[in-house]
Design a protein around this ligand. Structure first.
Ligand SMILES: C[S@@+](CC[C@H](N)C(=O)[O-])C[C@H]1O[C@@H](n2cnc3c(N)ncnc32)[C@H](O)[C@@H]1O
Length: 779
């Protein structure tokens, strides 16, 4: 083969994995020199040697920040000689093949085109809103993590690993146990994947990244770092363990002596750090694991269990070319190195997880050495909780009093790791033992602990078109539990929703309409789903017939169609090997609203739910023990839209994982299953079997209390953006005329007599004559 063809082929192969020609060129040149123009070595295994050399040269470039291309070339040559034969490299061809594999999903037939669901049967309440997936098995699998011995420079950093979130229709990577489950049985992940490659792929196609083997490497967006806390910089105690990870090193730390160096089980003093100002072992413990003379690795902990990791790279000192690298770049490089050098193929691997493991190890070892670990009432919390505690600390005044209006941005749980002198004022949350190591008493810190208080003038914080005030006229209970107010649903992580315009066929939109579709004498294509008639009246209310049908479905589900999945996602996630039979899903009526591909305007009468809340609502403390509730401040006619049920969109498996992790008092709302139209989709994949959870992220609907039978709201599925019927909006409409100041209620569909249900139902205080919580009503 002619050399120029071979060069082009090499460029093409590298381009396929996202490496530009200008990056390839100098490395290829060096490689050819090194291999004496022996192309076979370069071409074998899909240019493995070349890709390897490029990655290493780039890593090296990051490390030294050498701007000279000659330097880079020299470094690549050096690296090439030292190249490890065992490295595995992404197969360029495979990657290219994967990239081409865009999933295509056929348009789903409209409801009218579909065949009717034949089976009729009594309703099973476990399929109702209020049903929480009952899976309970635990999947706490320990990861194998190998620490890279290579030195690197980093400032101290913390990251709070909040749940990964993305706006509906956008994609963030997976970084969760769910991914493990989802990817179960799939091929191992190729071991070199830069974050750029991932995000490039992401831009190419969200559908692609969904199924992309690299998606497990993508991490939730990092929180801002806290990187300049001077009192962490000098160690109080220094540990030199034999291991790189402080595993079971039974070192003894003596809190009465602030400067204690530990080497394995040996203890010796070091005067060099004894005069650290403003330090006290009771407020801060710090271990320094010095692996080599070139780098120090420090871990600090506070009495609250907060842990800070710091890497000091001595070799950087005195180098004129050194500049502070971006932490993201450092983390990315370490992840890449770990993946390449140590062949870590756990799809969940991330350097932040490794750091957290490290913190956990640090605390484990620390508390183990006190001899107090293992008692049922104590627990050393991992970094996440520690950080949260730090936030609480910041939220408290000098004597532990709450500081109102803590200025913490919504959407951020991150906070700096400060150790205020009042740390000890947090009585009950922690204690120090005689050696000043910290034992944190088991306390479940929830969102309530870390979120700022609500804005009583508008609980939506300006997110809605109307203000939604909060009042408490009956007790001193100050605020409802904290949550993030979101006006629109947000995908938690793995839920698959495709909002692409290309998927909306001509029969699913009215591109030829203009102005208000309702003013036309002939209903447009968007009315097709509702039998050729709009579900809304000219006044914007749900039509009587449509509303009656929906209310009847809610009251007497057994009189309506239930669809039985052949392979029910709910049962599948309970027991993958031997799933139970589907318990049935109610086939509900849909409203289909006009949307962006339609020619009408935003004021079109067939756009009600998407315009958001328009009536005046108020969150209030209910008088009879139901907690907070929602009421209207104005009279509402029958069929009026009140609000949507907004929350995180989770897959059924994710909900199961969440339920497994949640503690009883953490759950404030009921997840709602979006199973109304599962029958139209054939066998649903887990990422298509969706539900909403408004516990942590939600809107005002999370305050709507349950009422058996005669609730004044009814929920109606509304299709807006996605013609795929596994995703729709849940909208609440009034089922009758509601007067100002009446509490708004909704029938959660709970079967209070189902004592086998994994989620214990609350004691119903709805007061309805037809209350289904018979045992409690009559006791
Ligand atoms: C979606 S939340 C409603 C808002 C809630 N009351 C609050 O204070 O945040 C559901 C929870 O409210 C309470 N709740 C709702 N309806 C109730 C009822 N009819 N009787 C008693 N408690 C009720 C239960 O604790 C339930 O778990």
């Amino acid at each position: 083969m002619a050399p120029n063809v071979r060069v082009s082929n090499a460029f093409r192969a590298m381009a396929a994995i996202g490496i530009p020609e200008e990056t390839v060129r100098p490395v290829l040149k060096n490689l050819l020199n090194l291999y004496d123009k022996n192309w076979e070595h370069i071409e074998e295994e899909n240019y493995r040697a070349l890709a390897d050399a490029i990655f290493e040269s780039q890593e090296n470039k990051h490390l030294t920040q050498s701007s000279s291309s000659e330097d880079t070339a020299e470094q690549s040559q050096l690296l090439l000689r030292d190249k490890r034969a065992q490295h595995e490299v992404v197969s360029a061809e495979k990657h290219l093949r994967d990239k081409r594999k865009e999933p295509t999903t056929p348009r789903h037939p409209s409801r009218l085109e579909r065949t009717e669901h034949p089976q009729l049967c009594p309703r099973d309440k476990t399929t109702e809103p209020g049903f929480v997936s009952p899976q309970t098995h635990c999947r706490g699998k320990q990861k194998e993590i190998v620490l890279s011995p290579q030195t690197c420079h980093s400032q101290e950093r913390e990251e709070l690993n909040r749940p990964c979130l993305r706006e509906s229709g956008t994609e963030f990577g997976a970084d969760s146990p769910q991914t493990q489950l989802k990817d179960k049985g799939k091929k191992p992940i190729p071991q070199i994947a830069s974050r750029e490659q991932i995000s490039n792929s992401k831009r190419t196609s969200s559908a692609l990244i969904k199924n992309h083997p690299y998606n497990a490497l993508m991490k939730p967006k990092s929180e801002p770092f806290t990187d300049d806390i001077p009192h962490f910089e000098v160690p109080i105690a220094v540990i030199h363990p034999n291991d790189s990870c402080p595993s079971r090193n039974e070192g003894i730390q003596d809190g009465s002596e602030p400067m204690v160096f530990l080497n394995g089980n040996e203890k010796y003093e070091n005067d060099g750090v004894s005069d650290i100002p403003n330090k006290s072992a009771s407020s801060l413990e710090l271990a320094n694991i010095s692996e080599s003379s070139s780098a120090d690795f420090e871990i600090a902990s506070s009495p609250l269990g907060e842990v800070k990791i710091s890497l000091n790279c001595n070799s950087a000192l005195g180098r004129p070319d050194f500049h502070m690298p971006s932490l993201d770049a450092v983390l990315k490089m370490v992840e890449d190195k770990c993946l390449k050098s140590y062949k870590i193929i756990n799809p969940d691997f991330s350097i932040m997880k490794l750091m957290k493991e490290l913190c956990q190890c640090f605390l484990d070892v620390g508390t183990e050495s006190t001899g107090e670990k293992g008692e049922g009432h104590t627990n050393v919390t991992p970094t996440l909780d520690s950080l949260k505690k730090s936030c609480i600390q910041n939220a408290l005044g000098p004597k532990g009093s709450r500081v109102d209006n803590l200025n913490m941005p919504a959407g951020s749980l991150n906070c700096s790791l400060n150790f205020p002198s009042s740390a000890k004022d947090l009585k009950g949350s922690q204690s120090s033992n005689s050696r000043s190591l910290v034992v944190v008493h088991q306390k479940q810190f929830t969102l309530d602990d870390v979120r700022p208080l609500h804005d009583v003038a508008d609980i939506s914080k300006g997110e809605e078109r109307v203000r939604i005030p909060l009042v408490n006229e009956i007790s001193s209970e100050p605020y409802p539990p904290s949550f993030y107010y979101i006006p629109h649903n947000i995908v938690y992580q793995n839920a698959y929703i495709n909002f692409s315009l290309a998927r909306i066929g001509d029969e699913d939109c009215c591109s030829n309409c203009f102005g208000d579709c309702m003013s036309s004498s002939i209903p447009c294509a968007c009315a097709r789903e509702t039998g050729g008639e709009f579900a809304y009246t000219l006044e914007g209310l749900v039509t009587k017939k449509f509303l009656d049908d929906c209310i009847s479905m809610s009251h007497d589900p057994e009189k309506h169609n239930l669809f039985y999945c052949q392979d029910c996602p709910l049962e599948r996630s309970k027991n993958e090997d031997l799933p139970d039979q589907c318990k049935g899903h109610l086939v509900r009526k849909f409203i289909k609203e006009c949307w962006s591909k339609c020619g009408c305007n935003k004021q079109c009468g067939n756009r009600v739910v998407q315009r958001g809340i328009t009536c005046n609502l108020q969150v209030f403390l209910t008088p009879h023990g139901k907690g907070w509730g929602l009421r209207t401040l104005e009279d509402l006619p029958r069929g009026a839209f009140v609000c949507e049920y907004v929350g995180e969109i989770l897959t059924n498996t994710e909900l199961y994982e969440r339920n497994m992790r949640s503690t009883g008092n953490e759950r404030h709302t009921y997840p709602v299953l979006l199973d109304a139209d599962w029958g139209s989709e054939g066998v649903l994949k887990d990422e298509e079997a969706l539900c909403l959870d408004a516990t942590f992220y939600g809107n005002v609907a999370r305050f709507i209390n349950h009422r058996c039978f005669d609730a004044n709201l009814v929920e109606i599925p509304v299709e807006i953006e996605a013609p795929d019927h596994h995703y729709y909006h849940i909208a609440f409409f009034t089922s009758r005329k509601v007067e100002a100041l009446e509490e708004l209620t909704w029938d959660y569909g709970i079967d209070f007599n189902d004592h086998d249900h994994p989620v214990k139902a609350f004691r119903c205080l709805c007061g309805s004559e037809g209350c289904r919580d018979v045992k409690h009503t009559h006791s």
